[in-house]
Unconditional design. Sequence first.
Length: 164
Amino acid sequence: MTQSTPISKTRRKRDMAALQELGAELVALSEEQLAELDLPEFLRDAVLAARRIKGFEARRRQLQYVGKLMRRVDAEPIRARIGAWNAPERATVARFKRAELWRERLLGDESALAALLREHPMADARHLAALVRDARRERQENRPPRACRGLFQALHALLQDGER
């Protein structure tokens, strides 16, 4: 006979806060996305009511209510669907950050261009070398970052092509 360990009060509060945050995400969804989720009627009505409320405190209480109602439904399918909608946005942000890192690495390290070309053999080496040279000169002369932007755009396009 095994006795299950009781769930701590802190854990229950954390779970309820997560459900309330998920409820707030539901309120922020578009009409089409909300319709696609196939929510129970009681939850859909509460979400739609929260959208209509403009007062801060009244809206906060309604979001708490939505969080309370979320306890009565299986939240994982909802969380997974919202995550799938947000995945392309996260991929774009990650690509943007990788391009920024490569740009800084190329401007600071002489051997970085060779590493980039090893990783992306289809890249135009001459074009990238010219962009790196111009961006370095631009930084040394404290000119506006026109070449730096061009280098970033080329890197962003290269990384986007590499994902396909």
